[in-house]
Ligand binder design. Structure first.
Ligand SMILES: C[S@@+](CC[C@H](N)C(=O)[O-])C[C@H]1O[C@@H](n2cnc3c(N)ncnc32)[C@H](O)[C@@H]1O
Length: 280
């Protein structure tokens, strides 16, 4: 069987669902005339691969949203990205970490989505993290030659491929809270939830308190729309008690996902991921 082609977005983030896309698509059964809704869109990889006709894609990270809005309005295109990354990538090769820090300081002043892309593709592990004052604070990946020609081409192709998916479609990108997005859902819509993982993402400490996770489960249960939650279930050390306590009335589908830390076999850590689904 031919392997399904996955559309890889130009933005990266911790918890990106690229590897789980086939599993998610396999379990989603929805009315194609209704909306696809993501209150935690992140990189958008799930939406780009589900490719619905109508979508509401939101996140509390305004830079992700303004980046995709700019692609939608064709203010950011593959040639624009190429020119930007060639120019600033050249400076990065010349001045190294100092230049990365200058770009980070500038971004924290101007909030420009192209600067966000530059940082996201040259920072440590493609992470997205802000301090309490809302300042982007991920360190440099320490590769001054990060923006080699082939890497820039790859990013430009990713920009082009997400544009190909969204053009001609009725998609709305919006910077707002997940509560606002959930309240907007109507019967027949399909909500895909990929909130920060409770108890797992240390980089999100303080950002996703237990009360918020519980409130999300309550909103999901009360919503008139269909809901699919992505969540971790267990690994060799721990079980996700929150899932058992608050999502047990949904139907669960499991898959095992391997997280790699380095290349060694013994460093492969299996994690059981779950989709908890409510079809109304
Ligand atoms: C696990 S990531 C989503 C990953 C996404 N499914 C992907 O594959 O790229 C969680 C997202 O939720 C967003 N987020 C965190 N707290 C939020 C909140 N209170 N309201 C809305 N979005 C939030 C983060 O900005 C992040 O983009």
């Amino acid at each position: 069987m031919q392997k399904e082609k996955i559309i890889v977005p130009p933005i990266k983030c911790q918890g990106i669902k690229t590897k789980l896309v086939p599993f998610i698509k396999e379990h989603i059964h929805r009315d194609l005339s209704k909306r696809w809704i993501e209150p935690f869109m992140g990189t958008g990889v799930v939406a780009f691969n589900v490719a619905p006709e109508k979508a509401l894609l939101t996140d509390k990270n305004q830079y992700i949203i303004s980046f995709y809005q700019a692609i939608q309005q064709q203010l950011i295109t593959a040639p624009v990205v190429r020119e930007f990354l060639e120019y600033h990538g050249g400076k990065l090769a010349q001045y190294g970490a100092d230049y990365y820090m200058k770009m980070r300081d500038d971004f924290n002043q101007n909030g420009d989505p192209l600067y966000f892309l530059f940082l996201n593709r040259s920072d440590f592990n493609g992470m997205i993290r802000f301090n309490r004052k809302g300042m982007f604070n991920v360190p440099f990946c320490h590769k001054p030659n990060r923006f080699a020609k082939a890497y820039i081409t790859k990013i430009c192709n990713q920009v082009q491929s997400v544009w190909e998916v969204m053009k001609d479609k009725d998609w709305v990108f919006k910077h707002c809270s997940w509560q606002e997005t959930m309240e907007n859902a109507e019967p027949g819509d399909y909500i895909y939830l990929d909130s920060p993982y409770i108890g797992r993402d240390t980089s999100y400490v303080g950002e996703w308190p237990d009360e918020e996770a519980i409130s999300l489960a309550e909103y999901a249960a009360a919503s008139p729309a269909n809901v699919c939650l992505s969540m971790w279930k267990e690994n060799q050390f721990r079980k996700n008690e929150h899932l058992y306590s608050y999502w047990s009335q949904f139907t669960w589908f499991d898959t095992t996902h391997f997280y790699h830390i380095g290349g060694k076999e013994k460093n492969r850590h299996p994690m059981i991921e779950v989709l908890a689904i409510k079809n109304v």
